[in-house]
Design a protein. Structure first.
Length: 240
């Protein structure tokens, strides 16, 4: 009997609850709504520009092609459009003392070759243009800095030299700014055959879409053009 009585009481309770729900609905009272889940924070990230911290110059170390002994001109200097006799010269074939050797002052991480002005031309050069249009928004917001660097030098007792520049170009090819490395003269080298590190840095001008890197070897004495360069580098980084 007690079980039947308890079952009846449970049935009555359920019926009352159902009736109450119907009454509340008829009166327009909204059903209770569970509290909303706490809002989740929006994730944000700063994406480094393509090539951030990376050298954008192709074959800046003269390693992509064969090196000569300096008496001839390499058939090709990959990555560069050249004028005159600009060539790649091998350090280890310069044992005669006419060109830099592996033991002369120069890049600590030097490879096989370096750039030279060639055996004849008074002026020799090479250029390459780097497309940075994919970084347009960051460049236009003044959020990019540059570092231009190279090891530059010449032959002992002579002022043969290298002029190395980077021109920042707008969408129409207009020059927005130019960065230049200080030239290395004989007095800077202490009268020795040597290559010395030179750097320049600053902010990339707004509107930059391409950067033209140009190196020009200039003969001041002798027969060969003994302007030398190695490890030419252009790096873009987020401005600090």
């Amino acid at each position: 009997m007690s079980l039947q009585h308890g079952h009846a009481r449970t049935t009555l309770t359920l019926a009352v609850a159902a009736l109450l729900s119907l009454i509340l609905a008829a009166c327009g009272t909204p059903a209770p709504v569970p509290p909303a889940a706490a809002a989740q924070p929006t994730a944000t990230s700063t994406i480094a520009p393509a090539g951030a911290g990376k050298n954008l110059v192709v074959n800046g170390d003269a390693e992509a092609g064969p090196g000569t002994d300096g008496s001839s001109v390499a058939p090709d200097v990959p990555g560069w459009t050249r004028t005159g006799d600009l060539t790649a010269i091998a350090y280890d074939t310069a044992s005669s003392g006419n060109y830099p050797t592996p033991s002369d002052p120069g890049p600590p991480d030097r490879g096989r070759n370096f750039f030279g002005g060639g055996p004849r031309a008074e002026r020799s050069g090479a250029t390459q243009t780097i497309d940075v249009s994919s970084e347009g928004p960051a460049l236009d917001g003044g959020r990019e800095s540059y570092t231009l660097s190279a090891w530059l030098g010449g032959f002992r007792g002579q002022d043969d030299q290298v002029e190395l520049t980077a021109q920042f170009l707008g969408a129409g090819g207009e020059v927005l700014a130019t960065a230049s490395l200080p030239v290395v003269l004989d007095r800077d080298r202490g009268g020795r055959t040597a290559l010395l590190l030179r750097t320049a840095s600053g902010s990339v001008p707004a509107g930059t879409r391409r950067i033209k890197v140009d190196m020009e070897m200039i003969r001041k004495a002798g027969t060969a053009n003994d302007g030398y360069a190695d490890d030419v580098s252009l790096v873009l980084d987020p401005a600090g």
